[in-house]
Write a protein that binds this ligand. Structure first.
Ligand SMILES: Nc1ncnc2c1ncn2[C@@H]1O[C@H](COP(=O)(O)OP(=O)(O)O)[C@@H](O)[C@H]1O
Ligand SMILES: [Mg+2]
Length: 256
């Protein structure tokens, strides 16, 4: 496994927002590699540039410094090889049913047509346990169900990498835990590659196999950690991460 070529290579990436009278540096010279099959986590406090990094992988923002490569090709624009799942519940088209929402992404990207798109859609709808709701409109679904549709839609495209930005953050605690379990089950079933953004340490440890810890604004790489499924090790890892994040906060207070 050690010689495996990374699927996604992020090298020295600085990301900035330029407004007429302001230059915001969101991340500074960030490096990381995602391997095929990774559940790779971007973890850090609010405002450290996690979403910005993910949007750059999505091809929506161009680095001012450094580069990102997917399968060796520099990322320059969005593409169906990278599908995003967001936190918001309103990412589905309200006038389309569940299966139409999932199939629409496939036909819009000209991946599949009519019947084939519908079959592929139903396959992934089944994977997220929504077969019974395939002909339902989004407004009839709970928040967790809507997120499952968004996941099915992303997965149906069979992208090289699935980009998830705090997809469960707006859910209640119980549903959130259930969704985390379901995502892990789905991964065990299909072994996709996911780049998952969260500010929750517990979620990072639970979902990820590798965790990139970012420092507060502007985001720099603070540490790269391997996660663990052993509860005792997980508790230790959580403490260690909390300690590292607290050290940053303490420094900010002292500097200020
Ligand atoms: N469209 C934008 N214009 C200007 N600054 C932005 C914009 N989006 C985000 N930022 C700034 O970039 C930094 C990183 O934001 P973001 O990537 O959303 O962080 P995170 O997802 O880790 O909370 C923050 O300081 C934020 O205020
Ligand atoms: Mg964010």
């Amino acid at each position: 496994m050690g010689s495996q070529k990374p699927l996604l290579e992020v090298s020295g990436v600085t990301l900035q927002y330029k407004t007429p009278n302001l230059l915001v540096t969101a991340t500074y010279r960030v490096d990381f590699n995602v391997l095929e099959g990774d559940r790779f986590i971007l973890l850090g406090p609010s405002g450290c540039g996690k979403s910005t990094l993910q949007k750059a992988v999505g091809g929506y923002i161009t680095p001012t410094e450094g580069e990102m490569r997917l399968k060796g090709q520099v990322i320059r624009a969005p593409g169906p090889d990278r599908m995003m799942v967001f936190q918001e519940f309103d990412q589905l088209l309200p006038w389309k049913t569940v299966r139409q929402n999932v199939a629409f992404a496939l036909t819009a990207a000209r991946k599949l047509k009519g019947k084939e798109a519908d079959e592929r859609a139903m396959h992934y709808i089944e994977k997220v346990n929504l077969t019974k709701f395939a002909d339902t409109y989004p407004h009839m679904l709970s928040g967790g169900m809507k997120q499952r549709v968004a996941i099915a839609r992303g997965m149906a495209m069979e992208p090289d990498i699935l980009l998830m930005d705090e997809p469960f953050a707006a859910l209640d605690a119980l549903t959130r835990r259930k969704m985390q379990d379901e995502l892990l089950q789905l991964w065990a079933d299909t072994r996709f590659t996911v780049l998952f953004v969260t500010h929750s340490i517990a979620e990072a440890i639970k979902i990820g196999n590798r965790i990139l810890l970012l420092s507060p604004h502007p985001g720099r790489v603070k540490a790269e950690l391997n996660s663990t499924t052993d509860p005792k090790d997980a508790a230790l890892l959580e403490q260690r991460i909390q300690h590292m994040l607290f050290a940053d906060e303490a420094k900010e207070i002292i500097d200020a």
